[in-house]
Design a protein around this ligand. Structure first.
Ligand code: B4P
Length: 192
């Protein structure tokens, strides 16, 4: 099994690249942002609570997203592997993911971390906000709050996996196809 965490700040291209990578490698895409937006669209109680947090640029409580990932892992027993996109975003989420995977006799193969300068992140997200209808992309203050949240709570996840030698930085600037090639090279080396 190949289990990849696509890591990086908001707007670094995780969602964009995941969509292409799952096609190429036949992996299952688990994106907590997408799962939360689907709850919001369905107006579930969980979605309504999550929306309040997401619209402030903050992280949804760990137990909510860990529960979502746990159900998705259980729902895909035959998977060849997973791409985790936007999860784990805290050290507690990383520890929970490691436990869930070990119960399934597997583990994270590698963490691929997209690196993009902050001015580009903000430009990309504002650009998406102009057309996507995503309220968390529409306002620069909210985007900046998301980046602060990333530095405070998500960046430590890198150390968690670097301890086990599972962390690789990937340049996230340039054409989508160039970045895809850089990521593919890393995944190919895990499959060989
Ligand atoms: P996410 O949906 O994960 O949002 P994101 O990190 O902003 O998106 P992503 O990084 O995938 O976007 P991409 O670069 O692909 O999370 C939203 C919110 O949900 C969070 O703020 C949080 O509140 C909550 N949440 C989600 N997961 C959580 C968790 N585990 N724990 C707690 N809370 C959680 O795309 C950005 C834009 O860049 C697009 O318009 C794209 O077209 C463009 N782009 C991509 N690559 C490009 C390139 N190479 N050049 C130019 N533009 C590019």
């Amino acid at each position: 099994m190949v289990n990849i965490i696509l890591f990086g700040p908001p707007g670094s291209g995780k969602g964009t690249q995941s969509a292409n990578l799952i096609e190429k490698y036949g992996l299952i895409h688990l994106a907590t942002g997408d799962l939360l937006r689907s709850e919001i669209a369905d107006k579930t109680p969980l979605g309504m609570e999550a929306k309040k947090v997401i619209d402030q640029g903050l992280l949804v409580p760990d137990e909510v997203v860990i529960g979502m990932i746990s159900s998705k892992l259980d729902a895909n027993p035959e998977a060849r592997g997973f791409i985790f996109d936007g999860f784990p975003r805290t050290t507690a989420q990383a520890e929970a993911l490691d436990k869930l995977l070990s119960l399934k006799k597997t583990s994270i193969s590698n963490v691929l971390a997209l690196e993009v300068p902050e001015d580009q992140l903000i430009a990309r997200l504002l650009n998406r906000g102009a057309t996507s209808g995503r309220s968390d992309d529409a306002n620069e203050d909210v985007i900046r709050a998301r980046i602060v949240e990333y530095h405070n709570k998500t960046a430590p996840v890198a150390d968690h996996y670097a301890k086990y030698g599972k962390f690789k930085k990937i340049r996230g600037e340039g054409e989508v196809s160039e970045i895809f090639d850089r990521l593919s090279k890393e995944i190919d080396s895990l499959i060989e």
